[in-house]
Design a protein around this ligand. Structure first.
Ligand code: NAD
Length: 434
């Protein structure tokens, strides 16, 4: 007997949000057709392959994907029309890349046009992407209405910006409160009903698309600014010879203080981009932003500060030096190296003439300087710099570095405060003490 599904959903965009979101819906009893323009990605996913570092109750996403494919509850396609013909619920997770400081809505617009071409009366379109304020009303709605159908009359239109952190997607789809908005009350109710299929957390209604759009941006920007405050402080703590991680830990014992952790910069798709999404709305309103761009500058300057520290520690001229870079992901325990500060550190080191060998077991190999083992990166290097933590990367034990690094003045620049529990190790630990 054919399996009965709770709902039939098309998820547009099968990236860091779309793939785990699709599988979260299938785990809740829905059938999902994932749609992506990247034919290679679709083919890989349909073979059960993904590089994402997600787990649901300890089960790796790869196992979940293969099981749901085998069960027939999930499939991926490049054909939006075919998918749209089979579903009533459409979820959009296609985002806006930032190019030279400007958000580019081209991918999202193309996605919406492909949906408009197959939209049916009674469908729900739920957008989960992070947007420039005003886009739901001025871009999403008119593009979908090219279908000839009217939002709020012929189809439901909702916006619920996604809040998950990569690496915790399955857990946070269920436990993270969601801000929900709609073109009208019915759309908001339909959106909430779809989200309730997967979430047990509070659904927080917003009075407008715009309120939800701006709330999402300030969530990300506030974290960017918070990290910038701590990153800026690292220059002072370094000069004072104290450890910034200890300072943050001490300060956070105050009940109303919540400092985030410092690091080699702020990367990925979400945090750095949010400011550039807000900027057009601020410009249009004639508002000069001061604090937020300053925070961006502080965080953008971190990779150079890290690279300069490495260069100062080299026992030989940069052109004769080799440095091991450990961790290329934009944050700990992630496979995402988009806009990663680690890649910028590598760029600065290479520009100075240093030979770099980098290891990150989670980030798929895409750069000539990547090697496939920790040992290949560190063996004989003059020093190492730790930029992101990963499972299977033994950066905690200073003795490991001592064994592999060139014995003449070896050093470890540890931006994560993970190596260096052993003060007597013959390597310089936490020299950046970020
Ligand atoms: N990554 C996160 O942790 C996270 C968290 C919260 C919110 N967000 C937001 O969610 C959105 C998606 O982020 P992501 O990290 O999953 O991005 P992603 O780049 O990993 O995935 C987007 C996918 O959309 C596909 N795509 C592009 N054009 C398409 C089209 N016309 N039709 C179908 N698919 C198309 C791309 O090929 C890609 O696979 C963004 O707005 C982002 O800001 C991301």
């Amino acid at each position: 007997m054919a399996e009965r599904y709770f709902r039939e959903i098309a998820v547009f965009g099968l990236g860091f949000v779309g793939l785990p979101l699709s599988l979260c819906f299938t785990l809740a009893g829905c059938r999902v057709i994932g749609v992506d323009v990247d034919a290679g990605l679709v083919e890989e996913i349909n073979r059960g392959i993904t590089h994402h570092q997600e787990r649901y109750r300890g089960i790796p996403i790869q196992d979940i994907l293969r099981r749901e494919l085998a069960r027939g509850s999930f499939t991926a396609t490049t054909d939006p029309r075919k998918a749209l013909a089979e579903v009533q619920d459409i979820v959009v997770t296609v985002g806006l890349p930032v190019v030279n400081g400007e958000p580019d809505a081209g991918l999202l617009a193309a996605c919406l046009k492909s949906i408009a071409a197959g939209l049916k009366r009674g469908d729900l379109v739920l957008v989960r992407s992070t947007l420039v304020p005003g886009m739901m009303r001025r871009l999403v709605k008119p593009l979908l209405e090219e279908s000839g159908l009217r939002a709020g009359e012929d189809f439901y239109l909702g916006y619920a910006p996604e809040r998950i952190a990569e690496g915790r997607a399955f857990e946070e789809f269920v436990t993270m409160p969601v801000v929900v908005s709609g073109i009208d009350e019915e759309s908001l109710a339909e959106t909430a009903a779809l989200l309730k299929v997967i979430t047990r957390a509070e659904l927080v209604p917003a009075s407008s698309f715009e309120a939800a759009e701006v709330a999402k941006l300030i969530e990300n920007i506030s974290r960017d600014v918070n990290i910038a405050v701590v990153n800026e402080l690292t220059a002072v703590t370094q000069a004072l010879g104290i450890n910034i991680f200890e300072v943050v830990r001490l300060a956070n014992t105050h009940k109303r203080v919540k400092l985030l952790q410092p690091g080699p910069g702020v990367g990925g798709y979400c945090l750095p981009n949010a400011f550039y999404y807000l900027l057009p709305a601020a410009r249009a309103a004639g508002v000069d932003l001061e604090l937020m761009p300053a925070a961006r500058r502080v965080n953008d300057a971190m990779p150079r500060r890290v690279a300069d520290t490495v260069l100062r520690l080299l026992p030989v001229p940069p052109a004769q030096a080799r440095v091991a870079v450990l961790g290329l992901a934009m944050k700990d325990f992630s496979s995402d190296s988009r806009q990663s500060p680690a890649l910028k550190v590598v760029e600065h080191l290479q520009a100075a003439g240093v030979t770099v060998l980098a290891f990150d077991p989670a980030v798929p190999k895409q750069h000539p300087f990547q090697v496939d083992t920790f040992e290949k990166a560190v063996d004989g290097a003059h020093g190492a710099v730790i930029l992101a933590r990963q499972e299977g990367m033994p950066v905690e034990d200073p003795a490991v570095f001592a064994r592999f690094l060139d014995p003449a003045n070896p050093f470890v620049v540890d931006t994560k405060n993970v190596c260096g529990k052993c003060a007597s190790a013959p390597v310089l630990i936490n020299v950046v003490s970020l």
